[in-house]
Ligand binder design. Sequence first.
Ligand code: ATP
Ligand code: MG
Length: 236
Amino acid sequence: MTELLRTEGLSAFYGASQILFGIDLSLAEGRTLALLGRNGAGKSTTMKALAGVIPTRDGRVTFGGADITHAPAHVRARLGLAYVPEDRQVFPDHTVEDNLLIAAKTGPGGRRDWTLPRIWEAFPLLVKLRRRAAGRLSGGEQQLLAIARALMGNPLVLLLDEPSEGLAPIVVATIGRLLRELGAGGATILLAEQNMHFCLSIASDAAVIDKGHIVHRDDIAGLSANAEIRRRYLAM
Ligand SMILES: Nc1ncnc2c1ncn2[C@@H]1O[C@H](COP(=O)(O)OP(=O)(O)OP(=O)(O)O)[C@@H](O)[C@H]1O
Ligand SMILES: [Mg+2]
C-alpha cells in the first residue's frame, strides 16, 4: 500500500493555546480513515492544519513523499489535497453548475477522472438543482455540492470535515452511500466525524482523537467492537 499522507508529531496552536499535541496519522492510497472524536477534540484543527489553513507549529507533514509542512493552502490544493471544511463554503450567489465549473481543473499527473457529466451521474440530486443559486440549497444539498466541487479538482486525497453534521438522517444516508461508492472506486479519504455509526460502512481505518492527542488506532470494525474506547472517547 502506498502511503499518500502522513503526519509526524503534528502540533498546532490558536494564538498561545496549543490544540494539537503531536498527531501521528498515516493515510494509504485507496483507504478511508475516520478521524473520530467528541466535540472540541481537535478534528477540525487537524483538518485545517493538513489543508494548510492554519500553520503547523511542530512536526512534519508529507504528501506523496513531499514535505508540505510549511506549504500554503493553495500549493497543497494544487498537489492534490482537497479540503471540504465544516461550513462547506460554496459560493452562495453562483449556481450549482457554476460552483462546479469554477472548481474544474486537471489534477496532479494530468488526472481528469472527474468532469461535469460524471458529477451529474454520481450526484443525481444535483442535476435538477444545477441552475439554482448555491446559497438557496438545503444543508444536505450544499454538502453534496461541496464534495462534488472538491472532486472537480481531480484530487488525490479528500479531507472531509464532518459531512454528516446537522443533516437529516435521509440526507446522511445519501452522503454515506456516495462516500462508500467513492471509496469503492479507489478514492483516498480522511473523514473527520463524531458519528461513528456513519463511518462504519464507509471507513476502512479509524483513529480516535481526544484533547488534541491520538488515543487509539484500529480498523473501523475493531473500533466499533471496542465498547471501552467508545465509552471513553466517543459519545456513544
Ligand atoms: N479559532 C479558534 N480559536 C481558538 N480556539 C479554537 C478555535 N477553533 C477551535 N478552538 C478550540 O480548539 C479545540 C479543538 O477544536 P476543533 O474545532 O478542532 O474540535 P472538533 O473536534 O472539530 O470539534 P467539533 O466536533 O465541535 O467540530 C477546542 O477546544 C476549541 O474550543
Ligand atoms: Mg469540527
